[in-house]
Design a protein around this ligand. Structure first.
Ligand code: PLP
Length: 366
């Protein structure tokens, strides 16, 4: 049956490139009729959720007939104590993606501009366009953000400047001095978003803590998530720190029940599990060191990443390499959708066994 064309759909939405997530393991196994595939494509935590979170999930699943606490009161209190930020400056979202989207809807309309690095996290660009704003992409320098160039792209139409720190897909960071210098020069009318989804993985002493900038009264929103170090990507809980005024706007715009009862409880339980955080960090550091040693031996160039993945430049097409890897049950993520050349793919750090399997299969195909 043919449906009539719908004129009411906005042109910005028609021209949107949909976000393409990493291929799910089940899909690859179904396609190839194989089992035991591994996924190193979505920057997930191979350790799995904390046992405390699993217990909280079981307990709260029974309350699934009730709507969640729309204010996430207990989780915001726990985050407030953990990070020493007043609860009235905290909002929780269905992943930090939700908060990126809410911030764009709060700030952007036709004619408004949002500055981001290129390459950087594509969901920001999508959220800007959905809100009706214009994305201004500033080429990175050597696969790092270039804060001076980003500053130079700011004008009176700019409402938002977005830093992913560490960045996705590069894993590189903006250091203290560069960020400090940026904040000294950025005009008052701009809100800077510091997306720190991989914050807990970074051990470089030159890595700035976005909360410090908020404490110093800067116009900044700091976003973090339970998807990465806390291994709760499937439960969708992210959070942000804002000025009190912006926090109250976020509460007006976000959906009333954007976080599930189970997600909130699992997040609270995970926040208290320092051992899980430490083990995740250690497993990731071991995996990154292994990639740094082994991947260049196979001709791959990798970025100096601080996150739970590396951006790799293959000697030939990474798209073909990814296809060959998939045939062997290993999923990685070619980076054409992130605006990079076909030689680039992003490879997440898995468990030691998964990392070794990747290297072993790569050795056969590169
Ligand atoms: C830089 C960055 N920000 C935000 C997110 C979204 O995370 P969440 O699962 O909290 O929506 C990701 C996920 O990969 C990311 O890489």
């Amino acid at each position: 049956m043919a449906f009539p064309a719908v004129d009411s759909i906005r042109n910005e939405i028609r021209s949107l490139q949909p976000y393409v997530p990493g291929k799910p393991i089940e899909e690859l196994e179904r396609e190839l009729g194989i089992s035991g595939a591994i996924k190193l494509a979505s920057n997930e935590n191979p350790l799995g959720p904390s046992p405390h979170a699993l217990r909280a999930i079981e307990e709260t699943a029974r309350a699934g007939n009730r709507y969640p606490d729309g204010s996430c009161y207990y989780l915001r209190e726990a985050l407030s104590a953990h990070w020493d930020v007043p609860a009235d400056r905290i909002a929780v979202g269905s992943g930090s993606n939700d908060l990126i989207d809410v911030l764009c809807r709060i700030h952007l309309g036709p004619g408004d501009e949002a500055v981001m690095s290129n390459p950087s996290f594509v969901m920001f660009a999508i959220a800007v366009k959905v809100a009706g704003g214009t994305v201004v992409r500033v080429p990175g320098r050597n696969l790092h953000h270039d804060p001076k160039a980003m500053l130079a792209a700011v004008n009176e139409r700019t409402k938002l400047v977005y830093f992913a720190n560490p960045d996705n897909p590069t894993g590189t960071i903006v250091g203290r001095n560069a960020l400090e210098d940026y904040f000294r020069h950025v005009p008052e009318h701009v809100l800077t978003i510091l997306d720190e989804a991989y914050f807990e993985y970074v051990t470089d002493p030159d890595y700035p803590d976005g909360i410090e900038h908020l404490r110093r009264g800067r116009r900044v929103a700091v976003l973090r998530t339970f998807s990465k170090i806390h291994a709760l990507a499937g439960l969708r809980v992210g959070y942000g720190f804002f000025t009190p005024e912006l926090a109250s706007m976020v509460h007006r715009v976000r959906l009333p029940f954007n976080v599930t009862t189970v997600g909130e409880a699992a997040a609270r339980a995970s926040l208290g599990d320092a051992d899980q955080v430490r083990r995740s960090r250690e497993m990731n550091a071991t995996g990154l060191a292994y990639y740094r040693r082994e991947l260049p031996r196979l001709g791959l160039e990798i970025t100096p990443s601080w996150a739970n993945f590396v951006l790799a430049r293959f000697p030939g097409s990474a798209v073909e390499a990814a296809r060959a890897l998939e045939r062997q049950g290993v999923i990685i993520r070619p980076m054409i959708p992130f605006g990079l050349a076909p030689e680039y793919a992003r490879i997440s750090v898995g468990s030691p066994g998964e990392n070794e399997r990747l290297v072993e299969v790569l050795r056969r195909i590169v």
